[in-house]
Design a protein around this ligand. Structure first.
Ligand code: AMP
Length: 214
């Protein structure tokens, strides 16, 4: 099962992808997480990507595409995967389709998680992530058991630099301009299913289960 999780920043893609991975046992591939790991480790890719990410802009396609193609060629992806945050441009989507076509393969589901801008802004303002393991919290809707400390690994919870208010507005604008055209792209292919993403994470997950198991 090959799934593209699609939607604006703050829609809950990372949360839902982790839940899909937990239930269906297919790897969750987040380009954002891969970039953040590279930045933390100070790799050449991390150094190139950092300024774009912190400004809320997209990392150029040529830095992103090879990374995803390599990752989906790994053995744990044979039974499928969940792409979270990729593709984000028409060029990336076309490249992914071409690559899959070489193996007579294709994406099975594109789930578009739909959330209004006001809700997205509120979610990103309250989002906290674990500095060490990347687990996601929200100060009101999903607080950790101990303030500022990750439930899982006891790491420190921080605000992602690109969740700061100004950057969030840039990320939303970039999404509307560069990524939203993919809605029409995947609709034409008959793959797009829109999921109402404004409810509680479990309710949203049940909607996704219904689509995947229909
Ligand atoms: P995310 O965690 O998915 O919100 O991604 C965080 C940031 O990483 C984005 O705002 C972009 O700067 C960068 N990024 C992640 N995925 C991509 C992609 N497919 N293409 C370009 N930039 C990306």
């Amino acid at each position: 099962m090959k799934i593209v999780l699609f939607g604006p920043p703050g829609a809950g893609k990372g949360t839902q992808a982790a839940m899909i991975e937990g239930k269906y046992g297919i790897p969750h591939i987040s380009t954002g997480d891969i970039f953040r790991k590279n930045i933390k480790e100070g790799t050449p890719l991390g150094k190139l990507a950092k300024a774009y990410i912190e400004a809320g802009e997209l990392v150029p396609d040529e830095l992103t595409m090879g990374l995803v193609l390599d990752r989906i060629s790994e053995p744990d992806c044979l039974g499928g995967y969940i792409l979270d945050g990729f593709p984000r441009t028409i060029l990336q989507a076309e490249m992914l389709d071409r690559k899959l076509m070489e193996f007579n393969d294709s994406i099975d589901f594109v789930l578009d998680i739909d959330v209004q801008d006001e809700v997205l802004v509120e979610r990103m303002a309250g989002r906290r992530v674990c500095r060490d393991c990347g687990e996601i919290y929200h100060i009101e809707h999903l607080p950790p058991r101990i303030h500022g400390i990750c439930n899982i690994c006891k790491g420190e919870l921080i605000v992602r630099k690109d969740d700061e208010a100004e950057t969030v507005m840039t990320r939303l604008a970039v999404y509307r301009e560069k990524t939203e055209p993919l809605v029409a792209y995947y609709r034409r292919k008959g793959l797009l299913v829109t999921i109402d993403g404004e409810d509680d994470r479990m309710v949203v997950f049940r909607r996704i289960e219904e689509v995947l198991e229909a």
